[in-house]
Ligand binder design. Sequence first.
Ligand code: ADP
Ligand code: MG
Length: 237
Amino acid sequence: QSDIDAYYKKNAIEVVGDQSYRPIMEFSQSGLPSNFLKVVKNFKNPTPIQASTWPISLSGRDLIGIAETGSGKTLAFTLPALVHIQAKRRDAGNKKGPTVLVVAPTRELAMQSQEQAEAAGKECGVKTVCIYGGVPKDAQKKAIRSGVDIIVATPGRLIDLMEEGACDISSVSYLVLDEADRMLDIGFEEAIRKIISNTREDRQTLMFSATWPESVRKLAHDFLSKPMRVTIGSPDL
Ligand code: ADP
Ligand code: MG
């Protein structure tokens, strides 16, 4: 316990909710499925947001992660997403359709997350697609039709495709709201609420944000169920 407290202190990690989760401070530590170690083979250690949130996300619990840009949030939600997908595949009769949806504020951020998910997913046969506006819809529709496990999307285009009947997210059971504060700043609140409402009610929901203002708290309150909250550093409120 004292080594955990020291790790939390050293990295300015605050965990709110349940104190029984042990951070995964080393990749070799048990808790990460062995086939996912390949995904992180080029990294020395998990970053603080990864170490502190992996055990929570892997347990299936809802999560709010507050950490600044560049802290490794993408793999923080991608590794448990891959584990989630594999578990769903083992469930007999699991219907087709994306299992994981990541919603991000901009095309650039969505593409960066999708690239990391694609690279990591390759190790276990997971298919991904990136959905964003400003380009023709045909290729995106075709990719969705061919079957994907993970959709990384910006809100506007995703809603467009949903309304056209080209993207059914009713099987999504692992939802990530990435850069939630920025999405609200841009004015995506209504779109996000609509998107979330179209996913499975029993989904696991993860929300990541660089800051923790009232607007983000409200969204978390409305859509997350008994979330754990992990904060790295002391973000501006
Ligand atoms: P964020 O979403 O928090 O802004 P990213 O997930 O994009 O950050 O990660 C930032 C960079 O850190 C990326 O280049 C990523 O490959 C790298 N990275 C992720 N995890 C680790 C790790 N455990 N060790 C070293 N570098 C990492
Ligand atoms: Mg990010």
